[in-house]
Write a new protein. Structure first.
Lengths: 450, 971
C-alpha cells in the first residue's frame, strides 16, 4: 500500500483479522438465526435419514421409481449436487490461475460449498441402491469373495472420479486454510487455541513455508481444474454410454460440465447473499463480487442454452426414429411442463442479467439464482426421467412421478448440505485472511487486481 | 375303513410298495412321504407322477414334479393324448392351489352364529351319517348330490351310494355345458352328443363363437392341433381361420378374418354362408340329399338380404363361404358363449352342422363317437328342478362336491334362497367359496394332486389320478368319507356299499394298475366313430330369425383362459396373469366399443353401472374396438363375495346380470335390454398394457407380420457395424430360442409356468398398479391397423412373448459395476443374485425392458413356500432378476448327458415356457448345432430379431406372423 504508514497498514490488516475472527467467537449479529438455521437443517436431514432407514427396511417401492424409470429423484439429486460442487473449484482454482483476485472473498465459501456438495452428492448413489448396505462392493479391494469390479461400467468410473475429486478438493481447501488456522491459533486462547494448533499443523509463516505453499497451491489448482472437466464428463457418461434415446449423445460431456458450473455459480449466489449477512462478512463479500458472479452466471447460461439447441438438433437430424420420438415426448409429453420450466429458468430468466441494475440488486439476484437452481434441478430430472420413460418398445413406456418419501429425502439432502455448510463455515475463517491481506498489501483494496 | 395313511403307504409310482410304519399320528413334516424302496427316493432329486388335471372338464394329462415330497411344478404328460405334455395357464397353476394358505385344514361345522368351527373327523362322520339316515327315512330323493363331472369308479360309487339312500337326485354340474350342441346334433343326425372335432384333418376353421383356444371343451387339445394346422397351411392366401362372433376373444384375435356379428345374428350369417355355398355350386349337394326343404329354407338367407338386415357385409359372407368350401377338409365350430342363449343357440349349432354337412365334413373333421364325458352333464331343467325341490323343502341334505353353484348360477334363478331352505348342506370342497360359505358341514376332500381316482374326458381316454404328495392337511378322500358314512348308517346301506377302501377300488377298477398308473391312464383310441346321415332340419332353419340388430345393448359374460368359471379365482398366479385380451390384472372390466362409449358419454376407466332385467352391477369401463357396438362384455369369475384371500372382492360378478336358465337348452351367457350409465366411485383398473396399437412414427413394430406370398422373402438386414470388442466365444453351446408369432395364441401358459419354475413373486394389486409386477416373460399384444382383406375385417393382432433376449452384445452387461450380470460361456446373460447391489442401470440400458427389480420384500404365506423350486434362488429385496432360459434346467440337462457319457441332444433341455407352449411356438436349443430345431427355425426367411438395429445381437429369433391382409412391406 504505497503511501500508507506501516502503522496504518498494520491496523488495516488487524481489522481483517478481528473481523474474520469475529465470525468465530459467536458475537455475530445473526447468532440466533445461525443456530436456528443449522438446527432446522439438522432436523430435515434426520427426518430424511429415518425415511432412508424405512426404505432400506421395506424396499424401494416407497419411491415413485418403477419400470421402466429406474432412476429418478435420487440420481437427479446426485447430478445436481455434483454440479453444485463444480463452482467452488471454478472460483478457487480456475480464477486463481487466471489471476482474478476478486475471487478471494467468496473463495472460502465456494470451496466449502464444493466439499459439502460432494459429501451430499456422494450419498445419493448409495441411497438409491437396492441393497445400500453393500455399497462397498463398488470399491476394488482384495476380498474373500474373490470377485472384482467391472471397469467397463460407468458407475465404477463415477466412484473413482468422485472419490478423486473429493480428496483433491479437501486438500486444496485445507491447504489454503492452514495459514488462516495459524492466525486463529495465535489470536485465541484455551480450547480454541488447542484445536487450531492441531489444525494449523505447525504453520509458522516462514518464507520457506510460503514458497512451498505457493507451489502446492498452484499445482493443486492446475490439477483440480482438470478434474472439474473430467468429473462431470464422467458423470455425464453414466448417461451417454447407455443406449437410451435421449442419453446416448456425444454432446453430453461438455453439456454437463457447462451445466454444472452454471448451477454451481447460481448456488454460490444463493448461499452467499444471505450467508454473508448470517456469518457477518458483508464487508468482505460485497455487491461488486456478486455482480462479477452474476456475469459468469450469464455467460454459462448462454453456453447451456447453446448446448440445448445442439442436443435437440442432434436428436432431430440424427435420423433415428427413437431419438426423434424422445425429443417430441420431451417437448410435448407428460414431462413437457418440466421441460418448458427448464427452458424458462435456464435460458430466459438469466437474460435479465444483461442489465447492470439487475446484477447489482441483491434481491433480484437472489431470486434469479433460486430460479436457476430450480431450472438446473429440473434439467437433470427431465434428462433422466423423460428419457427412461420413453425408450424403444411401446409396451414398456411408462411414467415416473416422485413419491412423498423422495421429496423428504431431497429436502433432507438440502438440509444436510446447508447444515454442514453453515456449521463448517461458521467455525473456520469464512474469508481467506492471508490472501485478503496479500491483496491489501499489494493493491490497498481487499479485491486485489480486478 | 381305509385310513389315509394306509393308502399313502403304497403311494410309490414304482410300485415296489414295501409297507412299513403304522404310526397313527398324522404329521406333515416328513420330507419323503413315499414308501418306495429307500434307494429309489433321493433327497433333492425330483420324482415325477403321472396324473390327470382336474382344473376343468377337459382332463389333460398332468405330470407332477416333486422334490423332497413337495409338488413344485405341474407339466403336461407327454403320453396322454389330451394335451400331449402341454398344460394351459390354469393347469400350470394347479400346484399353487395345493399350497393355498386358505385351504380347509380340517372338517368344520357351522355354529349358530354362522362361524365355521373346527370339527374332528371322528365327529364329522357320525354327524353326517345321522343326517343322512334321518333324511333317507323321511322318504325317497331327500338327499341330493350336486357335484362336478366324474367318471369311472367314483361316479359308480356315488350313484350306488345315493341309491341306497333312496335318492336318484344326482346332478353332474359344470358351469359351461354343451347342451345346445347336443340338441342340434340330435335334430340333425339323431345323436344327442357332442361331436369330435378333428383339426388334424382340417385345413380351414370357421368358428362361430367357439372359444376353442381358451376354454371351449378341450382348449389345450384344440390349440395343439390347431397349431399344426396353421403350420401346414402357412402359405394359404386366405389364411386358416375365420371368426364369426360379436366379440374378439383370445380365440378370435388369432383369426385371419373377423365377421363381427350383431348379437343374435350368428345363425343367420351361418345360413347365409350355406346359401352362398349352394349358390356358388361348391356345396356337397349329396349331403342335402332328399331334403329340398332345407334348400328352400336357406333361400331366405341370400347373402345380400342377410347383409342388409344384419349389417354384416355381403362380401364377408361370400369370402367366408369361398374359404370354407374345401370338400371335407374344413371345420365349422359353433358354440362358446357368443352363441349361447335361449333357443337360438340350438339353431346356430344346427346351422353349423349343416355347414359341415354341406362341405362333406361329417365323417372327416366332424365325427360322432367316442363320446365325451360332457354329454353327461345335468341340464338346466335338472338344475331348475333341484332348485324348486330345495325351495319347497323337499331336500333334507344337499351334498356339494367340487362345485360352486352359489356363484356360478345366475342369482335370478333363486338358488341362493333355495339353499337357505335346505336344513343341512354338506360341502366337500377344498377351498373356501360362496357355496362352502353356506354349508353347514364342510368335509374337505384332498386336493386332486393328493388323490386317487380316474377321469375319462372321452370314453377311449381314461386318465388315472394318483397322489403326487402326501395330503398337506387333515383332509379325507370324499370316497372314503362316503364309504365310512355308509358303514355307520345301518346294515342295509353298509351291505350295499361294501367295505372296500377307495384306493383298493381304484386299483380293482384298473385291473393291472401299476403300468397304467405309471403312464397316466389307459388310452386305447380305438373307439369307432358312427356313420350318421343328415335329417330334415328345414323346420329349424326356417325358424332362424332374420332381424336387424336390437337397439338396446346386449350384455355378454365370457369365460377367460385364466379364471375359467371363477373356480381359479383364489390362485394368485392367475389373478396376476394379465388377461390376454384386455391386459387387466386383479379384476375385470366392462368392455365397451368406443362408438357405444361415445353414445353414452363414457370414457376409459369410468365407473359404469350396468343393469339388465335380471341384475345390476358396477364396473370400470375399458374401451375396446374388438366388440360389436351392440354389446358390452365382461369376464366371468370376479366379484367374489366369499372370503377368498386373493380374489378379495375385486371386479364385478358378470353372472349377476344373466337370466335364469329355465326353459333353455343350456346355460345362457348373454342378456338383452341392458342399460349402462356412468356413476361415481369404484376402484381403478389395473392394466399392464394400456396401449396395444403397433408402433407408428417409422419405428419398426416389435411384432411383425408378413403376407402369405412373401413368407420366403427376407427382410433387409440392418447394416453391419464395426465391433470395438472381440466377439464372445461360445465354445460348447450357444443357447437360443425361436418364437413363432404365427403359432403363439397368447394363451399365457408360459407366463404361469415361469412363475412356478422360477419362484417368481406375486406382488399383488397395489404393486401391479405401480408397474412392479415380476413376470420374467410377458405376452405383448400388438394390433396392426390393417385394411380389410378379401371382404373380411382383419383383427391384425399379434401376440409377442417377450423375455430376456440373451443378447450377444448385451447392453445390460457392460454397465453393471459389480459383475452381477455377465456373459456366460454358453451365451446366457447370467444374473448372480447374491452379487447384485441394485443400481438398476442394467434395466435402464435394456432396450427390451425384461429385467425385473425386487422393489419390496415379497412373502410366500405358509405353506405357499412349499411349492418353491429348490433349484432356483428366491431373490431378496433390492435385487434385479431376469430370465436365464431356465439355467437350472440347462445345468440338469448337461449333467444328465455327462452322467450318461454322451453329448446333450437337441430337445433334452426345455425351459419351462417352451415346455408348456401349447402351440409349440417357443422352441429352445443350441444355436451351435446346425441341425437343432432352433438353428433351422432361426434360418427361416420369416425370422427377425426385435430391435436388432441396436446391434444387441439377440439369441431369440422371432418368426413373423403370416397375415393374409398384411401390407406389402410390413415392418
Amino acid at each position: 500500500m504505497p503511501g500508507d504508514t506501516t502503522a496504518a497498514v498494520g491496523a488495516r490488516l488487524h481489522t481483517i483479522t478481528t473481523d474474520v475472527m469475529g465470525t468465530l467467537t459467536w458475537s455475530v449479529p445473526g447468532w440466533l438465526a445461525y443456530w436456528g438455521t443449522v438446527g432446522l437443517c439438522g432436523f430435515l436431514w434426520s427426518l430424511a435419514g429415518l425415511v432412508w432407514l424405512y426404505q432400506i427396511y421395506t424396499g424401494m417401492h416407497i419411491t415413485g421409481l418403477t419400470h421402466p424409470v429406474m432412476w429418478g429423484f435420487y440420481i437427479a439429486a446426485f447430478v445436481f449436487w455434483i454440479g453444485v460442487a463444480h463452482c467452488g473449484t471454478l472460483i478457487s482454482a480456475i480464477l486463481f490461475l487466471f489471476r482474478a483476485d476478486w475471487r478471494t472473498s467468496v473463495g472460502r465459501a465456494a470451496e466449502t460449498m464444493t466439499i459439502v456438495a460432494v459429501m451430499t452428492a456422494g450419498l445419493f448413489p448409495i441411497l438409491h441402491l437396492g441393497r445400500a448396505w453393500l455399497f462397498y462392493w463398488l470399491i476394488p479391494y482384495p476380498n474373500e469373495r474373490g470377485l472384482w469390479i467391472n471397469f467397463s461400467s460407468p458407475l465404477i468410473w463415477d466412484a473413482f472420479a468422485i472419490g478423486t475429486y473429493f480428496v483433491v478438493s479437501v486438500l486444496f481447501w485445507y491447504l489454503q486454510l492452514m495459514p488462516d488456522f495459524a492466525t486463529v491459533r495465535d489470536q485465541s486462547t484455551g480450547w480454541q487455541a488447542r484445536i487450531f494448533r492441531w489444525l494449523a499443523l505447525g504453520w509458522a509463516g516462514t518464507a520457506g513455508e510460503w514458497r512451498h505453499f505457493r507451489t502446492a497451491y498452484t499445482f493443486l489448482a492446475g490439477l483440480i481444474t482438470a478434474l472439474v472437466v473430467s468429473v462431470h464428463s464422467i458423470v455425464s457418461w453414466d448417461f451417454a454410454s447407455a443406449i437410451v434415446p435421449g442419453w446416448h449423445s456425444t454432446i453430453f460431456a461438455p453439456y454437463f460440465v457447462a451445466g454444472a458450473i452454471f448451477s454451481g455459480l447460481a448456488m454460490v449466489l444463493t448461499l452467499m447473499i444471505p450467508g454473508r449477512w448470517l456469518i457477518g462478512i458483508t464487508d468482505y463479500v460485497k455487491v461488486d463480487h456478486l455482480e462479477k458472479l452474476a456475469k459468469l452466471v450469464l455467460t454459462m447460461s448462454l453456453i447451456v442454452s447453446y448446448a440445448y439447441v445442439s442436443e435437440f438438433s442432434f436428436a432431430w437430424y440424427k435420423g433415428e426414429p427413437y431419438d426423434r420420438a424422445q425429443l417430441l415426448f420431451r417437448v410435448d409429453g407428460p414431462y413437457a411442463p418440466l421441460f418448458w420450466l427448464m427452458i424458462v429458468c435456464n435460458s430466459i430468466v438469466p437474460l435479465f442479467l444483461f442489465r447492470r441494475s439487475v446484477r447489482r440488486n441483491v434481491t433480484t439476484l437472489f431470486f434469479i439464482s433460486l430460479v436457476i437452481n430450480v431450472g438446473m434441478w429440473t434439467e437433470r430430472l427431465v434428462i433422466i426421467a423423460s428419457s427412461l420413460a420413453h425408450e424403444y418398445d411401446r409396451y414398456s413406456w411408462g411414467i415416473y412421478w416422485p413419491s412423498i418419501f423422495e421429496w423428504v429425502i431431497l429436502l433432507g439432502s438440502a438440509g444436510w448440505f446447508l447444515f454442514w455448510f453453515l456449521l463448517i463455515l461458521g467455525h473456520i475463517p469464512a474469508v481467506p485472511m492471508a490472501e485478503t491481506k496479500e491483496h491489501v498489501l499489494a493493491t490497498g483494496s481487499i479485491e486485489g487486481r480486478a | 375303513m381305509i385310513e389315509r395313511r394306509q393308502f399313502l403307504r403304497t403311494l410309490g409310482l414304482a410300485g415296489s410298495a414295501a409297507v412299513i410304519d403304522s404310526c397313527a399320528k398324522q404329521s406333515t413334516d416328513e420330507l419323503i412321504p413315499y414308501f418306495v424302496s429307500a434307494d429309489a427316493v433321493v433327497a433333492g432329486t425330483p420324482a415325477h407322477y403321472a396324473t390327470t388335471c382336474r382344473g376343468c372338464p377337459a382332463g389333460c394329462g398332468l405330470m407332477a414334479k416333486t422334490v423332497n415330497g413337495r409338488i413344485t411344478k405341474a407339466e403336461g404328460n407327454p403320453q396322454h393324448p389330451v394335451g400331449r405334455g402341454r398344460l394351459c395357464a390354469r393347469g400350470q397353476a394347479s400346484v399353487q392351489t395345493v399350497y393355498n394358505p386358505y385351504r380347509f385344514r380340517q372338517p368344520g361345522l357351522r355354529d349358530p352364529q354362522g362361524v365355521l368351527q373346527p370339527l374332528s373327523w371322528d365327529d364329522a362322520g357320525p354327524l353326517l351319517a345321522t343326517k343322512l339316515r334321518d333324511a333317507s327315512r323321511r322318504g325317497p330323493n331327500r338327499v341330493a348330490w350336486l357335484g362336478r363331472l366324474e367318471t369311472g369308479p367314483f361316479d359308480e360309487l356315488v350313484t350306488s351310494w345315493l341309491a341306497v339312500l333312496g335318492s336318484t337326485r344326482r346332478l353332474s354340474y359344470e358351469t359351461f355345458d354343451y347342451h345346445a350342441i347336443r340338441a342340434a346334433a340330435d335334430l340333425a343326425f339323431g345323436r344327442a352328443e357332442i361331436p369330435q372335432y378333428d383339426f388334424d384333418c382340417a385345413e380351414f376353421v370357421l368358428a362361430f363363437g367357439a372359444e376353442f383356444l381358451e376354454t371351449w371343451i378341450s382348449n389345450v387339445h384344440f390349440t395343439e392341433a390347431y397349431a399344426r394346422l396353421r403350420s401346414r397351411r402357412l402359405r394359404d392366401p386366405g389364411g386358416t381361420f375365420v371368426w364369426v362372433a360379436p366379440r374378439l376373444s383370445l380365440t378370435g384375435l388369432n383369426a385371419d378374418g373377423w365377421i363381427a356379428t350383431p348379437p343374435g345374428s350368428e345363425a343367420a350369417v351361418a345360413c347365409a354362408i350355406a346359401n352362398a355355398m349352394i349358390a356358388d355350386g361348391v356345396a356337397d349337394s349329396a349331403a342335402l340329399g332328399t331334403f329340398p326343404g332345407i334348400r328352400a329354407a336357406l333361400n331366405r338367407f341370400a347373402p345380400d338380404r342377410v347383409a342388409q338386415v344384419t349389417g354384416v357385409p355381403a362380401a364377408a359372407i361370400h369370402s367366408a363361404a369361398r374359404r370354407f368350401a374345401r370338400r371335407g377338409t374344413s371345420l365349422a365350430l359353433g358354440g362358446g358363449l357368443a352363441a349361447s342363449g335361449d333357443g337360438e343357440a340350438v339353431a346356430l349349432e344346427v346351422a353349423v352342422l349343416l355347414l359341415n354337412a354341406l362341405n362333406g365334413n361329417i365323417g372327416s373333421t366332424v365325427t360322432f363317437g367316442p363320446t365325451h364325458a360332457l354329454n353327461r352333464l345335468a341340464t338346466p331343467q335338472d338344475i331348475v328342478a333341484l332348485t324348486h325341490a330345495m325351495s319347497a323343502g323337499g331336500i333334507d341334505v344337499l351334498l356339494v362336491h367340487h362345485a360352486n353353484p352359489a356363484y356360478t348360477l345366475p342369482p335370478a334363478l333363486g338358488f341362493d334362497t333355495a339353499l337357505s331352505r335346505v336344513p343341512f348342506v354338506v360341502d366337500f370342497g377344498t377351498l373356501q367359496d360362496e357355496t362352502t360359505d353356506r354349508a353347514h358341514l364342510v368335509v374337505p376332500d384332498h386336493h386332486d394332486l393328493e388323490s386317487w381316482g380316474t377321469y375319462a374326458p372321452r370314453e377311449d381316454i381314461v386318465g388315472s389320478i394318483q397322489p403326487a404328495a402326501m395330503p398337506l392337511f387333515d383332509t379325507r378322500a370324499t370316497a372314503d368319507v362316503l364309504i365310512d358314512v355308509a358303514q355307520q348308517i345301518d346294515g342295509n346301506v353298509a351291505r350295499a356299499v361294501d367295505r372296500v377302501g377307495w384306493r383298493e377300488r381304484v386299483e380293482q377298477w384298473w385291473g393291472d394298475s401299476q403300468e397304467i398308473i405309471r403312464q397316466g391312464g389307459r388310452f386305447t383310441g380305438d373307439a369307432a366313430s358312427a356313420r350318421v346321415t343328415l335329417r330334415d332340419i328345414s323346420a329349424t332353419i326356417a325358424s332362424i330369425p332374420l332381424r336387424s340388430a336390437d337397439s338396446t345393448l346386449t350384455f355378454l359374460a365370457y369365460p377367460t383362459t385364466q379364471l375359467f368359471d371363477g373356480r381359479h379365482a383364489d390362485v394368485s398366479w392367475l389373478q396376476e396373469l394379465p388377461d390376454p385380451v384386455n391386459k387387466t390384472v386383479w379384476g375385470n372390466c366392462l368392455e365397451v366399443h368406443p362408438a357405444t362409449a361415445a353414445r353414452f358419454g363414457i370414457g376409459n376407466d369410468d365407473e359404469i353401472e350396468v343393469a339388465s332385467p335380471h341384475g345390476r352391477i358396477t364396473s370400470r369401463a375399458r374401451l375396446s374396438a374388438g366388440l360389436d357396438p351392440g354389446i358390452v362384455a365382461m369376464a366371468i369369475g370376479f366379484g367374489r363375495t366369499a372370503s377368498m384371500r386373493f380374489a378379495d372382492a375385486r371386479g364385478a360378478n358378470a353372472i349377476r346380470m344373466l337370466p335364469p336358465p329355465a326353459g333353455n337348452p343350456g346355460a345362457v351367457w348373454r342378456t338383452k335390454d341392458v342399460s349402462i350409465r356412468r356413476v361415481a366411485g369404484g376402484r381403478r383398473l389395473i392394466v399392464l398394457q394400456p396401449e396395444m396399437m403397433a408402433h407408428a412414427d417409422g419405428e419398426p413394430p416389435a411384432a411383425r407380420v408378413v403376407r402369405p406370398d412373401r413368407v420366403d422373402e427376407r427382410e433387409p438386414e440392418p447394416p453391419k457395424t464395426v465391433q470395438f470388442y472381440p466377439p464372445h466365444e461360445h465354445k460348447e453351446h450357444r443357447w437360443g430360442m425361436a418364437i413363432d408369432l404365427g403359432a403363439c395364441t397368447g394363451c399365457s401358459a408360459c407366463v404361469v409356468a415361469c412363475y412356478a419354475e422360477n419362484n417368481i413373486a406375486v406382488v399383488g394389486p397395489a404393486l401391479c398398479d405401480q408397474g412392479r409386477e415380476m413376470s420374467w416373460i410377458r405376452i405383448q399384444r400388438e394390433v396392426h391397423d390393417l385394411q380389410d382383406h378379401d371382404g373380411l375385417k382383419q383383427p391384425g393382432n399379434v401376440f409377442l412373448p417377450m423375455l430376456c433376449q440373451q443378447c450377444d452384445n448385451a447392453p445390460c452387461e457392460s454397465v453393471c459395476p459389480v459383475y452381477a450380470t455377465y456373459h456366460n460361456p454358453e451365451g446366457l446373460n447370467a444374473q448372480v443374485y447374491v452379487r447384485c447391489i441394485g443400481t438398476r442401470f442394467c434395466s435402464n440400458n435394456c432396450p427390451y425392458k425384461v429385467r425385473r427389480f425386487n422393489w419390496a420384500r415379497y412373502e410366500w404365506t405358509s405353506p405357499l413356500g412349499e411349492q418353491l423350486n429348490p433349484d432356483v434362488t428366491v431373490r431378496s429385496v433390492g435385487v434385479m432378476e431376469k430370465c436365464t432360459f431356465c439355467v437350472q434346467r440347462i445345468q440338469a440337462g448337461k449333467l444328465d448327458a455327462k452322467r450318461e457319457h454322451r453329448v446333450v441332444r437337441d430337445g433334452d433341455i426345455v425351459p419351462a415356457c417352451a415346455q408348456t407352449c401349447t402351440a409349440e411356438a417357443i422352441v429352445f436349443g443350441d444355436l451351435h448345432d446346425p441341425d437343432s430345431r432352433v438353428s433351422r427355425l432361426s434360418q427361416l426367411a420369416r425370422g427377425y430379431r426385435v430391435l436388432e438395429e441396436l446391434n444387441t445381437k439377440p439369441a431369440i429369433t422371432y418368426l413373423r406372423r403370416v397375415v393374409p391382409g398384411a401390407p406389402d412391406h410390413a415392418g
